[in-house]
Write a protein that binds this ligand. Structure first.
Ligand code: NAP
Length: 544
């Protein structure tokens, strides 16, 4: 840690808060609990009307987590993880939201959280404080000062709504999966159009198809999906996990994605075709994200990857009765390059007589009309349109806030060519600003809950360390940040994951710079590096 960098900051007096936290998702809740416990005056501001973050907004039919519930939960409090009862292998959105509310109740977080309040701007002032402008409907904007500003804004929170001509002329109802209404949406008897075939679409399409009179899916890129094989949790399995919950958590921390699946075999190409198919079939039957862990080289060797891709295509061919629809559903890109989807009855849904698939590469959408979606050669009538078109991932929520650092530098300008961070936690030029699971950290490539906990603990330990030594300002050094960005890019370049037009590289948002955003080296290497940096007195940070 470098105590001498930069000029001294004038005494700033007492701010309204020691730490201002943006967002009441799982990161914001734990930050509040942890910082309050360490004696800091912390407060959460949240744009939504309740806790839960992504699980507050993503209420679309079929929404469920595809990391297993016993692992997708906090581990910081043993009593909490012992008392909470998950009902299914993969929890549905309402159950995860109940869990978030339970946590807020259990740790009495409510008095220090303010809802329906958007953080519109955060400016670092010469006096060494963040001045944060809050906006709430029906109230005059308010400014709060804080020593630290912590962005717990989530990686997938800013909806991507494509600018399709005529979008606003549609007379029926429109929805975005990531901004689903709180009241129940009933599609019974309606003609529904779904645009997109990512994880949200793949979860919601089977549910919508059961209600709708007619469902038309508009696909731009076919996606790989594996069955969830969801089921109610067996009490004996839960008891076994709870008898040694810590053991499961510790083992998870040694795994790339911070959740436990069967260890991969070394190389798909070293196995015979029969052995490979047997291994893929075993993982397929197990269900979920374990499929991509079949072999170590699936994301590093194109030929190995193709064996897994072809296995999934064969499953689609065997499931979907209409050969033309099956062909359209078969992805041709690298499997795992876009986030692998996990489904319950997705491909089977295309065997229903009320479901139709349109490949918009063959029949491009020309416009949305008052009464439906016009593609080349025909207009598809619709009473409702569901945009399952994803998010301005990882940077969208941060760039939407007018964040200005030292010398008034806007974060939007600093990140014009793509996000640059040190560890995905801090940004040069933006003192006392932390980003939880920010770009440059493993985040979306891992189980988000332990990755959130690791960041929250690192940040709160860091703020405590500053207090202990009487320091008030910490900032990532430019050289350390440059080295980290270089390291993140180098790892990404070696992987097949960076080779396609995914949201990991920002390709889904027109005009967004194409940079592989998450750190691809896995949780264990990343967490070890963060710990080393802290143990070395916050190496790569200037502190004063
Ligand atoms: P997504 O993966 O980005 O999928 C968006 C879909 O919309 C893609 O099929 C995309 O096509 C399509 N699209 C975007 N713009 C379009 C346009 N202008 N015209 C036509 N199609 C367009 O978004 P998502 O499904 O919401 O999922 C985002 C991420 O959230 C997931 O990858 C996952 O990490 C997370 N998630 C997790 C769960 C879970 O835990 N179960 C559930 C849902 C989401 P292209 O592929 O061609 O861009």
């Amino acid at each position: 840690m470098n105590d001498t960098a930069d000029a001294a900051v004038p005494d700033s007096g007492t701010p309204d808060l020691d730490a201002l936290i943006v967002g009441a998702g799982f990161a914001g809740l734990y930050l509040l609990h942890r910082l309050r416990g360490a004696g800091f005056r912390a407060r959460v501001y949240e744009a939504g009307g309740g806790v839960g973050g992504t699980w507050y907004w993503n209420r679309y039919p079929g929404a469920r987590c595809d990391v297993e519930s016993l692992s997708y939960s906090y581990q910081f409090d043993e009593a909490l993880q012992q008392e909470w009862e998950w009902t299914e292998r993969y929890a549905v959105q309402p159950e995860i939201l109940r869990y978030a509310n339970h946590v807020a109740d259990r740790f009495a977080l409510w008095p220090d959280m303010q809802f329906d309040t958007r953080v519109a701007a955060a400016h670092w002032d010469a006096d060494g404080l963040w001045r944060v402008r809050l906006e709430a409907e029906g109230r005059a904007p308010e400014t709060v000062t804080a020593r630290f500003c912590i962005m717990a804004t989530g990686c997938l929170s800013t909806a991507n709504l494509p600018d399709i001509p005529g979008r606003n002329s549609f007379r029926g109802a429109t929805y975005h999966t990531g901004r689903w209404p709180h009241e129940e949406v009933d599609f019974t008897g309606l003609r529904v159009a779904v645009i997109g075939t990512g994880s949200s679409a793949i979860q919601s399409i089977p549910a919508i198809a059961k209600q709708a009179a007619q469902l038309t899916v508009f696909q731009r890129t076919a996606n790989y999906s594996v069955p969830a094989q969801n089921r109610p949790l067996d009490p004996a399995e839960v008891a076994a996990v709870k008898a040694d919950y810590r053991g499961l958590r510790e083992e998870a921390k040694t795994r790339f994605g911070c959740f436990v699946v069967d260890l991969p075999r070394p190389s798909a190409l070293a196995d015979s075709p029969e052995q490979r198919v047997a291994e893929f079939e075993r993982r397929w039957q197990t269900g979920g994200l374990t499929f991509m862990a079949s072999y170590e080289d699936l994301l590093y060797d194109a030929e190995a990857n193709e064996t897994a891709a072809e296995f999934v295509r064969a499953k689609i061919r065997a499931t979907v009765r209409d050969p033309e629809t099956a062909r359209t559903l078969m992805p041709t890109n690298v499997i795992g390059c876009k986030r692998l989807c996990v489904d319950t009855g997705y491909f089977e849904t295309y065997n229903r007589p009320n479901v139709r698939l349109i490949d918009i590469n063959e029949q491009p959408i020309s416009e949305i009309t008052g009464s439906g979606v016009a593609v080349e050669g025909e207009e598809i009538a619709a009473d409702a349109i569901v945009f399952a078109t994803g998010f301005d991932a990882m940077t969208g929520s941060l760039k939407r806030i007018d964040i200005r650092g030292r010398g008034g530098l806007p974060l939007r300008d600093a990140w014009e060519a793509g996000p640059r961070t040190y560890l995905g936690l801090a940004v040069n030029g933006f003192p006392n600003l932390f980003t939880i699971t920010g770009p440059g950290s493993p985040s979306v490539l891992t189980n988000m809950m332990p990755s959130i906990e690791q960041h929250v603990e690192w940040v709160s330990d860091c703020i405590e360390a500053l207090r202990d030594r009487g320091a008030t300002v910490i900032e990532a050094e430019r050289a350390a940040q440059d080295d980290w960005v270089g390291h993140v890019n180098e790892l990404a370049d070696a992987s097949l994951r960076s080779t396609c037009s995914s949201w990991y590289v920002g390709a889904n948002v027109p005009g967004k710079p194409r940079v592989f955003m998450p750190y691809i080296g896995g949780y264990p290497a990343y967490a070890a590096r963060c710990a080393e940096i802290a143990a070395a007195g916050y190496e790569g940070f200037a502190i004063r």
